[in-house]
Design a protein around this ligand. Structure first.
Ligand SMILES: [Fe+2]
Length: 327
C-alpha cells in the first residue's frame, strides 16, 4: 500500500504533540496514580480538574485529568508554531469539511478544537502559561522521573486514510508495519513532527480510540524502578506489558493502566529523525522483533482495549491484521 511522501510545506505548522486531556471518574484516585506512583508534578488543581507536567516541561501542563461520569480520551493537544497557524488551520479545515471551533481552555492561549475526518478529537494552540522547569529539582523527583510527554498512539479503523490525512498536515513517516506480499496493507504507522520517532502513531483497530499516550524518561533504570514501585504499592495489576524493548522505535518501554484503564507508556531511547531525507523503516507484521525486540508478543488486552473519544461511535477496522498475540 502507498507509503506517503514527506510534506515539507504543510498548510499550517504543528511542531509537536503537547498534552492529553483525559476524562476520569475519580479525580483523587487518578491524581494519586499520576503524582505519587508515576511521578508527574501537579501544577494546578480544582474540584473539576488536575493539571500535571513532567520535570523538563516549561509549560503549564502536559496532562489534564477532568472529572467525568465515564472514562474517555477527551482530547489530544498539539502545539503549533505561532498564532497565525491557528487561522491557517481554521482555513484548511473550512476548505476540507473538517468541523472545528475556537474554545477557551484554562492556562492556554487561543485554542482551536477539531474533530478529524476519522473521529479523533484534537486541539491546537500556540501559547500556554509558562512555569520554571524542574529538571534540576532532583529533590522533587518521584516514580519513574517522567521528563516530557513524547507521543500519542491511536486505534484507527481506516489506517491508510488516517496516515494520508496526517501526512498532508506534515507528519513524516518514520516506521511502519505492513502485511507481506504485493498488496500488503499498512497495519500501523509512526509519524513525527518534532524530530524523533513519533508524535502520533496510527494503529489498525476498532476506533477511533486512544491506544496510549507516552512520557519520556531518562533511562531504562527509571522504568525498572517504576515496576518495583508499582509492585510494592498496590498497583501490580496495573502493569500490562513490559518492561521490554520495541523493535519499532528501538524504545525501552513499559505499559501501565491508570485507575480508569487509560494506558500510559513509559518510554526512552529512541532516535533522531529530523533529516529531510530520513527514510521510513518497514517491518513485516510477521517479524516478532517488531513488537518486542526480544520476541515476547503483546497480550490480548493490548490489541483490544483503548480509551474512546466522547460521543464518537466506534467502527470495526477495515481489515483484521494477522498479528501474533500472547494468550
Ligand atoms: Fe508508544
Amino acid at each position: 500500500m502507498p507509503v506517503p511522501t514527506h510534506v515539507f510545506d504543510p498548510p499550517f505548522n504543528i511542531i509537536r504533540s503537547s498534552h492529553a486531556v483525559l476524562d476520569v471518574t475519580n479525580l483523587e484516585a487518578s491524581r494519586k496514580f499520576y503524582e505519587s506512583v508515576i511521578g508527574l508534578h501537579v501544577e494546578d488543581v480544582d474540584d473539576k480538574a488536575v493539571f500535571l507536567r513532567g520535570s523538563e516541561e516549561r509549560q503549564h501542563h502536559s496532562l489534564v485529568l477532568r472529572k467525568a461520569a465515564a472514562p474517555a480520551a477527551n482530547r489530544l493537544g498539539f502545539k503549533v508554531a505561532n498564532d497565525t497557524d491557528l487561522d491557517k488551520a481554521a482555513s484548511f479545515f473550512s476548505e476540507n469539511g473538517v468541523s472545528y471551533a475556537f474554545a477557551e481552555q484554562p492556562f492556554q492561549g487561543r485554542t482551536l478544537q477539531f474533530t478529524d475526518p476519522f473521529g479523533f478529537q484534537l486541539e491546537l494552540y500556540a501559547t500556554m502559561e509558562k512555569r520554571p522547569h524542574l529538571l534540576r529539582r532532583y529533590d522533587l523527583y518521584r516514580g519513574c522521573h517522567p521528563q516530557r510527554l513524547d507521543h500519542f498512539n491511536v486505534f484507527a479503523p481506516e489506517v491508510q486514510g488516517t496516515v494520508d490525512f496526517y501526512a498532508r498536515l506534515g507528519f513524516r513517516l518514520t516506521e511502519y508495519a505492513e502485511e507481506d506480499g504485493e498488496n500488503g496493507r499498512i497495519a500501523a504507522a509512526w509519524m513525527h513532527r518534532k524530530g524523533n520517532v513519533h508524535d502520533f502513531a496510527i494503529t489498525n483497530g476498532k476506533g477511533p480510540r486512544l491506544h496510549h499516550f507516552a512520557y519520556w524518561v531518562p533511562t531504562a533504570m527509571n522504568i525498572i524502578h517504576l515496576c518495583d514501585v508499582m509492585a510494592s504499592s498496590g498497583y501490580l495489576k496495573n502493569i500490562e506489558r513490559g518492561p521490554g524493548r520495541h523493535g519499532i522505535s528501538n524504545a525501552f518501554f513499559l505499559y501501565v493502566r491508570d485507575p480508569d484503564g487509560h494506558r500510559l507508556e513509559i518510554y526512552t531511547s529512541d532516535y533522531n529523525t529530523m533529516d529531510h531525507d530520513h527514510e521510513p523503516l518497514r517491518w513485516s507484521l510477521r517479524d516478532p522483533r517488531r513488537q518486542t525486540l526480544w520476541g515476547a508478543p503483546a497480550p490480548r488486552s493490548w490489541f483490544e482495549q483503548g480509551s474512546p473519544f466522547p460521543n464518537q461511535p466506534l467502527r470495526e477496522p477495515a481489515f483484521v491484521a494477522d498479528v501474533v498475540i500472547a494468550d
